[in-house]
Design a protein around this ligand. Structure first.
Ligand SMILES: [Zn+2]
Length: 478
């Protein structure tokens, strides 16, 4: 029996369970670091299958590691299960209709991510048992990807030591081994401290922390002209010092996130933002303090694993869509406003060619597997803590279609589609692809050696966490 046939037979038996796991996590929609029930659902399934489970690693109660088997090679799968705030949406509904207004929803499809990786881990276990093979499969339960992350803390804690390679996936709109790089990110809270006074009667006594925060924004916005193209600076006012204009604000808190392609570049840019904050404090005679809250390394696909992963994906093929799927996808696509649709159409022309635009608009689901683009060195300006895993151990991310072509992430449309017939097909495809890639890699020790050498070249000999050692996971603070 071919390996793919074996995988398909096992998944046929387990598919209802996997979909059920995904749906339950979707319904829970737990926020970063609060995924207590979601992680328990996954743990229960893994324990049922004989995996031994360690929970609460690296100081995160909702992180876990489930292992099966013995010895080398050691294959890891990454699972995520956190939701996003304010994206509650009725499943399969193609107009905005929250289940509960303002509540969280799975607008990044991490319910599918966790369940798809579970499927791959269970299949690989069956494969090891059926063939009497040595080898270990580990499911890494990774919380808070949408918060301050977890994988960088796990990597810093040595949780990926001894792992030979890692496969993961992300619910997407296309089918492709990811070759786009994602940029590094660093986040911090800047706290300004001033002096209160009557803003009318004695303003000369007051020193405004709010003025300082605003001047920091001005400085940061001038800084934009003098940084590299792919760098980004984002900020949000967390505390503007109160609601009374007639009191000079003695406190202000601003959250910053900066991005750059490389970890070293993001550290440099962050230092410049700190100078801007200090300048603002100097100008206003206030004090400033900052606390680094998060940082992710950039993601680069492991070129040695990518070849095997690409072969596996093409062997499995894209999800098989039917008319009902196309109808639902089309309704979601046309739920976007005119402005967004215009930009989606431009994307479709760019990716699939103008001659295919009308057909794709009619049947907007990716029905092919795009080849891995080995020459791609493009950075996309999103960030993920999978970046840290790729600096610690050979890692590949698969993008698998679970939503209509052109769909925008972190939207109610994504929440709605993440519990739908389209998503289930993507979920099962992801499990097949990751399991097949893992089997191919296990059977090919040369690829593992090559992949590890690639990581050593990339990280200079050892993984280095972009966070200072004393920064703990911000449980309850993020
Ligand atoms: Zn995501």
């Amino acid at each position: 029996m071919s390996e793919l046939k074996f995988i398909e037979e096992i998944l046929e038996k387990k598919k209802e369970r996997l979909i059920n796991v995904s749906d339950r996590i979707w319904e829970l929609a737990e926020l970063p670091y609060n995924e207590y029930n979601s992680c328990d659902i996954l743990i229960k399934e893994l324990k049922k299958e004989g995996f031994s489970v360690e929970k609460g690693m690296a100081g995160m109660p909702t992180a876990f590691k489930a292992s099966f088997g013995t010895g080398k090679p050691v294959c890891g799968f990454l699972g995520e299960y956190d939701a996003l705030d304010n994206l509650s949406q009725v499943a399969g509904c193609t107009e905005r209709k929250p289940i509960e207004e303002g509540k969280p929803g799975h607008g990044c499809g991490h319910n599918l991510l966790g369940a798809g990786s579970l499927g791959a881990a269970l299949v690989l276990k069956e494969y090891l048992v059926a063939n009497g093979l040595r080898g270990t499969v580990i499911y890494f339960g990774c919380p808070a990807e949408e918060g301050a992350g977890s994988k960088q803390f796990m990597a810093r804690d040595g949780q990926f030591d001894g792992v030979d390679f890692v496969y993961t996936w992300h619910p997407s709109t296309i089918n492709q081994v990811q070759s786009d790089r994602s940029v590094a990110i660093m986040g911090a809270n800047f706290k300004f401290k001033g002096v209160t006074a009557h803003a009318g009667a004695s303003p000369h006594i007051g020193r405004s922390a709010l003025d300082a925060a605003e001047l920091m924004s001005v400085g940061a916005n001038y800084l934009r002209e003098h940084m590299i193209d792919q760098a980004r600076i984002h900020y949000a006012y967390i505390d503007a010092g109160g609601v009374s204009p007639n009191v000079v604000q003695d406190r202000a808190l601003v959250k910053y996130e900066v991005r750059s392609p490389k970890t070293a570049q993001v550290k440099d840019l962050f230092k410049r933002v700190v100078k801007v904050a200090k300048g603002a404090a100097l100008m206003t005679e206030t004090e400033v303090d900052y606390e680094i809250t998060m940082a992710y390394s950039d993601y680069i696909a492991n070129s040695a694993l990518a070849e095997v992963a690409d072969e596996a994906f093409r062997e499995v093929g894209a999800p098989k869509w039917d008319e009902e799927d196309y109808k639902l996808a089309k309704a979601y696509l046309f739920s976007y406003n005119e402005f967004t649709l215009k930009s989606i159409k431009e994307y479709i022309i760019d990716k699939y060619g103008e001659e295919n635009l009308s057909e794709i608009l009619d049947k907007p689901l990716d029905s092919i597997v795009h080849s891995y683009d080995r020459n791609n060195t493009k950075y996309v300006s999103g960030s993920t803590d999978v970046g840290d895993v790729c600096y610690a151990v050979p890692t590949i991310n698969f993008n698998v279609a679970t939503a209509c072509i052109g769909n925008i992430g972190h939207t109610w449309q994504k929440t709605g589609q993440s519990k739908s017939r389209i998503a289930y097909k993507g979920l099962l495809t992801s499990a097949k692809v990751m399991a097949l890639a893992a089997i191919k890699t296990m059977n090919n020790p040369d690829v593992i050696v090559k992949a590890k050498n690639t990581v050593l070249k990339q990280n200079g000999g050892a993984y280095e966490c972009p966070l200072p050692d004393d920064i703990e996971p911000p449980i309850g603070k993020y």
